[in-house]
Design a protein around this ligand. Structure first.
Ligand SMILES: [Fe+2]
Length: 438
């Protein structure tokens, strides 16, 4: 048996060890060459990890096609798996394929404890934690592997995001800066620091920071490129620089891989936020809708589905009802690990978003307001889910529900006092309620 760069033994031919090392770098570094693990898996059926990771890569596409293609690689990995590390990887990815993301996450954590140098398991575990809205696990996973990886920039990037989602912002910033010190092009650490600067109302710093490192994203995986540019638009919106944000929609945020659900979610999110800032986005909903209407990326992750249904409804597209019906079907048929998230959170939120898009603000408030404390269950980050909170505030204002709007806006203002839109909305609510200006 040979060993890959982690030092742990792995099945497969000697040449496959380099392919395993390359996959770890491609995954953690968001490199666009990541598809080469599939070629390596095809070339060496005796390598359990290459085949398990090829299956994982297909699942990471979050498409029905990807799910179908993963099965054959999982079967080959199962026939080859011999070590405990391989059994854990295979068991986790097999559970993920079956829809049991709770078990997938638990096995990644087990791997992080037993084989901490294997950062592929930590990264995939963070992916499940993010999709399950499990911020404590997002932090726990890299902490389990921290002692064995003090010199590894990616570990610090993963820690930074885990700390940020747990609202431990000072530690998050420290870890992100440590990662970038070790490796200037650590795109996930750039991303984590962007989250920190957004949470701390430091938009000017955020704009300068992202602009200074954006050259390192060229040619990377389209998700990280478009998502980091999306973060730049959040800073711009927080300072009312809407024209620049709209220009970035066209040039960066929706300029790569338009069929990918994650990229569509970013596009929908940005267009809606621009509209909440009073910007006329022209025919962009109509141009976006045909991409949202394709079925391959539907009903895999509730987070994606909610953006699809919002964008389709906003464009007045006929597929809106089909996506809603599909979410209702997932609410009844999804694996136990995610069924309540689909049934008790995603379904009412989807109905609320369609109501919002159609101007039914009482309906939006009725369906969205009660599930707001459980919104994390649909997955995504705080910054991403904030769109839904902004939509609820807009509906509360339009429906004349001023007391609830004031409560939410006052909290937002306390956390981020320099955001002009929050200041404007809060002033409007107080004026409508007859409260004299401070
Ligand atoms: Fe993000």
């Amino acid at each position: 048996m040979h060993r890959d760069a982690t030092g742990y033994a792995a099945t497969g031919e000697e040449a496959s060890m380099a392919a395993l090392d390359a996959f770890a770098e491609d995954l953690l570094g968001y490199r666009s060459e990541i598809g080469r693990i599939v070629t390596a898996a095809e070339a060496d059926p005796s390598c359990a990890l290459a085949n398990a990771w090829a299956a994982a890569l297909w699942l990471l596409t979050e498409t029905r096609k990807g799910h179908a293609r993963a099965g054959r690689f999982l079967d080959r990995a199962e026939a080859a798996a011999a070590t405990e590390r391989e059994q854990l990887a295979l068991g986790s990815i097999r559970a993920w394929h079956a829809g049991d993301t709770a078990t997938a996450l638990a096995l990644c954590a087990e791997s992080a404890m037993r084989f901490p140098r294997d950062l592929v398991a930590v990264k995939l575990g963070q992916y499940h934690a993010l999709n399950r809205g499990d911020a404590p696990s997002l932090l726990r996973l890299p902490l389990l592997a921290a002692a064995a990886n003090d010199d590894v920039p990616w570990l610090h990037g993963m820690l930074a995001f885990g700390y940020e989602e747990c609202h431990r912002l000072a530690e998050a910033e420290g870890e992100a800066r440590r990662a970038i010190e070790l490796r200037r092009d650590e795109a996930w650490a750039h991303h984590a620091l962007a989250h920190v600067l957004l949470a701390e109302d430091r938009a000017e710093e955020g704009i300068d920071f992202l602009a200074a490192v954006a050259d390192t994203w060229e040619g990377r995986n389209p998700f990280i490129v478009t998502h980091n540019w999306w973060h730049q638009t959040l800073f711009l919106l927080d300072r009312d620089r809407t024209e620049e944000a709209l220009a970035l929609y066209d040039s960066r945020v929706f300029a790569l891989e338009p069929s990918w659900g994650q990229i569509q979610a970013g596009a929908v999110s940005l267009l809606l936020r621009l509209e909440l800032h009073g910007v006329d986005v022209g025919d962009r909903w109509q141009k976006l809708a045909p991409y949202l209407a394709t079925p391959d990326q539907r009903h895999i992750e509730p987070f994606i589905d909610l953006h699809l249904v919002l964008g389709l409804a906003r464009a007045g597209h006929a597929e809106t009802e089909a996506v809603l019906a599909g979410i209702a079907d997932r609410a009844a048929s999804a694996h136990d690990a995610t069924r309540t998230a689909w049934a008790e959170v995603a379904l009412p939120v989807a109905r609320a978003l369609v109501a919002f898009a159609r101007g039914d603000h009482q309906g939006c408030v009725r369906d969205l307001s009660p599930v707001l404390p459980r919104l994390h269950e649909i997955g995504g980050s705080h910054a991403q889910r904030d769109l839904f909170e902004q939509i609820l505030i807009a509906s509360l204002l339009r429906a004349g529900r001023l007391a609830q709007a004031q409560r939410m806006l006052a909290l937002r203002h306390a956390l981020n006092p320099r955001v002009p839109m929050t200041q404007r909305l809060l002033a409007r609510v107080l004026a409508a309620a007859g409260v004299p200006e401070a």
